[in-house]
Unconditional design. Structure first.
Length: 105
């Protein structure tokens, strides 16, 4: 009986101490994003591992064909050059590579 009780206490303790899943970029503010970049830069990882860690932070982000830039017919920039609320294929690649190369400097 005591073994079962001890087992249940251990399970409940682990359950209550479970960490929240890490946020994605679209759920973070600029300070939180900066902390992620600093954290990744301090780790001894390969190029592929760093790119994988950074690109995972974009999972679940909304897709928008015109999420950044002014496009060919716009008269002025309507969106910021960096937009972490939504992305498209090109912006995703540019952001991940910019983060990676930012880690080198």
């Amino acid at each position: 009986m005591y073994k079962l009780l001890a087992f249940l206490i251990l399970i409940l303790a682990n359950f209550s101490c479970a960490q929240e899943p890490e946020k994605q970029f679209q759920q973070m503010n600029n300070r939180e994003i900066d902390k992620i970049i600093q954290k990744v830069s301090k780790q001894n990882l390969t190029v592929s591992e760093k790119i994988n860690l950074l690109s995972e932070k974009f999972l679940g982000m909304d897709y928008n064909l015109t999420c950044t830039g002014d496009g060919p017919y716009a008269l002025l920039e309507a969106w910021p050059l960096v937009n972490f609320r939504e992305t498209n294929c090109m912006a995703f690649c540019e952001h991940v590579l910019a983060f990676y190369f930012g880690l080198l400097g």
